[in-house]
Design a protein around this ligand. Structure first.
Ligand SMILES: [Zn+2]
Length: 224
């Protein structure tokens, strides 16, 4: 009799645990039942930088200091920022450097940023800076004129090989992505980027995020 009681008790505990998990999952991932389960991350204007350029802006042997970790493992927002200056002498201040330093310098801006600076920015996959636009970076110890490096980052989804296999997409594949809601949008030309170090996330810029009303808790789905 006591063992039957205990078994019912365990089932009750399991049921409560499962119910709580369902409620939490739904709160963390609204629309999950409809397949909206990819987190959306909005990239505010930022830059990646080489050690060489960092030293020209911040001084010899300078190293980035971490402000906070980003969603993608190993990446961080640095305390250090730069001022951007465009060809019309218009500027944007406090543009954050993302670490760690890289083998290329690349400034990722929105369409609106480009209009303000006077740059008709090309849409580029991160790392592909050939044919991107010149821009001037100003730091506390110096300034650098980049002959190329300013882009609008192409919309992309970071994804692990396991998840890519599960949902049947491959690296560099171009897909359409839907964000639900009153200001919902279907984004075309979204590039799948597969790497085992990635964390699942759909990345768009501030213009795109604002247009679709993206908040901390927005999820999307790939349309098939
Ligand atoms: Zn990204």
């Amino acid at each position: 009799m006591s063992s039957l009681y205990l078994s019912n008790y365990d089932e009750l505990v399991d049921l409560i645990a499962k119910t709580i998990k369902d409620v939490v999952d739904k709160r963390q991932c609204p629309g999950k039942e409809q397949g909206y389960d990819i987190p959306v991350g909005v990239s505010v204007r930022h830059l990646h930088i080489t050690d060489e350029v960092l030293h020209m802006l911040y001084g010899e042997d300078y190293q980035l200091t971490k402000l906070k970790d980003l969603e993608q493992p190993g990446e961080f927002a640095a305390h250090e920022t730069v001022t951007l200056v465009g060809p019309r002498m218009k500027s944007i201040q406090n543009v954050r450097i993302l670490g760690p330093t890289r083998s290329f310098t690349q400034v990722e801006l929105s369409k609106t940023d480009g209009i303000l600076l006077g740059l008709d920015l090309p849409i580029k996959v991160s790392g592909d800076i050939k044919g991107s636009l010149p821009i001037t970076l100003v730091g506390p110890k110096g300034s650098v004129y980049l002959r190329e490096g300013a882009i609008r980052a192409a919309r992309h989804i970071h994804i692990t090989p396991e998840i890519a296999k599960k949902i049947n997409v491959r690296d560099k594949q171009v897909v359409n992505v839907q964000i639900p809601g009153e200001a919902g949008i279907i984004f075309n030309n979204v590039i799948i980027r597969v790497n085992e170090k990635y964390k699942l996330e759909f990345h768009i810029d501030t213009d795109e995020g604002n247009a679709a009303d993206v908040g901390d808790n927005t999820f999307c789905k790939i349309l098939k």
